[in-house]
Design a protein around this ligand. Structure first.
Ligand code: ADQ
Length: 467
């Protein structure tokens, strides 16, 4: 049986001791790795003065983790630099925040080369390699240069931007060409896949011999849309756990007869937090009669604090939340709670369960798993309403949410009013449709669909073209 080798920037297999700090994606990948006695390869999270290329191999919860330390300069130029200051903003349509710096691009190439050199000796002839996300786009190119002939797949967790956005990246062609060293490139949605295809057909003079196949740069690549899901069965278990129940009761007690609106996001400019706060402010201004009946809770733990854009947004959010509470609070009441903390996954399940509205309004998002977690946590008899941005990848699978333009405070305010006043029959109808998809198209469904196609086991797409 062929082994699966998963490669991602960070490696975080669950310990298997019931700790709840690891997300559904890590659990799903770990399960697949265990089944195939595979290896998870990536950065250890540690830096050293000079790169040694020494492998740290350990078995965590039945999964072999092979990690490598990076240099300080790698962290600055590859991770904080090209990945998070160039590709992340550009792929989220924030060209204004994208830094184009030759040192970042060189660092990105260097680290991908280092990863490839360290990984190549671990790969056996029958292994299948699955590379994750924008940090590692050129990894297959570097592995091929070292003579690796195995099947290698790539999955992009963030959006692939429209052609006109993509060409803002200096040397964009090189990056796209590197995608053609994979056998399969997976995107979250058909829209991102189409954006990639459009670039290949119009900018790179490529061809599409048949749907889901592209020819360019003298190579053939299979492409596909694989929307990622949550670990629905684990979430169902967590939702009834003692911790989840305690958290739900605590939230219910502190909201005292008020309806809870909840937002949970990494503190990131792509998540539309400022726009969301303005939308809530607009709702308070428009609805004096409903004001005292609601409480909004936004949980947003800081992320990527070494990047300036993330430091700046934090200051703006502090000011905005202060302004909203300053304007609308009373001696016995505040409308808004803004918390910069991480919570365990079972506690989050309890918080979602206590909410009447899940407010998920990213400006751009590859998928957005919070939308799916919110749905999975609801009480089927009396479910809350999901308000979802049109620009989240999740929209394609969740048409029964209330869809909003996150840039319009009025649109967000109107959707909040509609969600808060929606009768139970409509809430149940919408939730039932949403939950059905969240449960069926979960993280194992996503993983199996990708791996099957990569291994050429999908009868409709045998790898006959991959020559
Ligand atoms: P992210 O941008 O990190 O992921 P998202 O899909 O929302 O975004 O996942 C965030 C995860 O972190 C969720 O599982 C959520 O529960 C958890 N989380 C958020 N705040 C938390 C807190 N305060 N405490 C604990 N946990 C918290 C990227 C892409 C997404 C894509 C995913 C998966 O940007 O578009 O959906 O990868 O492919």
């Amino acid at each position: 049986m062929s082994r699966l080798i998963v490669v991602s920037n960070r490696v975080n297999p669950p310990s298997g001791n019931g700790e709840e700090s690891v997300g559904g994606l890590a659990m799903a990948l770990a399960a697949a790795l265990k089944e195939s006695s595979g290896v998870w390869f990536g950065w250890s999270g540690r830096t050293t003065e000079t790169f040694t290329g020494d492998l740290n191999i350990e078995t965590v919860g039945g999964v072999t983790a092979a990690t490598v330390d990076l240099e300080e300069a790698d962290l600055d130029e590859y991770y904080n630099g090209f990945a998070n200051k160039t590709l992340w903003p550009l792929f989220h349509y924030r060209n204004d925040l994208a830094a184009f710096d030759r040192a970042y691009r060189d660092g990105y190439t260097r680290v991908n080369r280092r990863f490839a050199k360290t990984l190549a000796p671990l790969i056996q002839p029958d292994d299948v390699v699955w590379v994750h996300d924008y940090h590692l786009i050129p990894l297959a190119r570097e592995l091929r240069a070292l003579g690796v002939k195995n099947r290698i797949g790539f999955f992009l967790h963030i959006p692939w931007p429209a052609h006109q956005v993509m060409i803002n990246l200096p040397h964009h062609r090189q990056l796209v060409q590197a995608m053609f060293d994979y056998d399969l490139a997976g995107f979250q949605t058909a829209e991102y896949q189409q954006a990639f295809e459009e670039y290949v057909l119009t900018e790179a003079g490529g061809e599409q011999p048949e749907p889901d196949w592209l020819k360019a740069f003298g190579r053939t690549l299979q492409v596909g849309a694989f929307p990622i899901g949550i670990d629905a069965s684990d979430f169902a278990r967590m939702k009834t756990s003692a911790r989840a129940r305690r958290m739900r009761d605590l939230m219910t007690a502190t909201t005292v007869f008020r309806r809870l609106i909840v937002g949970v996001d990494r503190l990131d400019y792509s998540k539309g937090l400022e726009e969301r706060f303005l939308g809530f402010e607009q709702f308070l201004a428009d609805n004096p009669d409903l004001r005292r009946q609601v409480l909004m809770l936004q949980i947003a733990p800081p992320s990527r604090e070494a990047v300036e854009a993330y430091q700046e947004i934090r200051g703006r959010l502090d000011a905005l939340s202060g302004r909203i509470n300053g304007e609308y609070s009373d001696v016995d009441w505040t409308p808004f709670r803004y918390v910069n903390k991480n919570y365990r996954r079972d506690e989050l399940a309890g918080i979602y369960a206590a909410a009447r509205v899940g407010l998920v309004t990213p400006l751009r998002d590859g998928m957005n798993l919070v939308a799916k977690e919110f749905v999975a946590a609801q009480d089927p008899e009396d479910p809350g309403v999901l308000v979802l941005s049109r620009f989240a990848g999740a929209v394609g699978q969740m048409p029964d949410a209330l869809l909003v333009n996150p840039n319009s405070p009025e649109d967000v305010a109107d959707a909040l009013k509609r969600a808060l006043t929606m009768d139970r029959a409509e809430r149940v109808r919408r939730w039932t449709a949403l939950f059905e998809t969240v449960q069926r198209e979960d993280v194992s469904w996503w993983r199996d669909a990708f791996v099957r196609k990569l291994m050429g086991r999908d009868p409709a797409h045998a790898p006959a073209h991959a020559v």
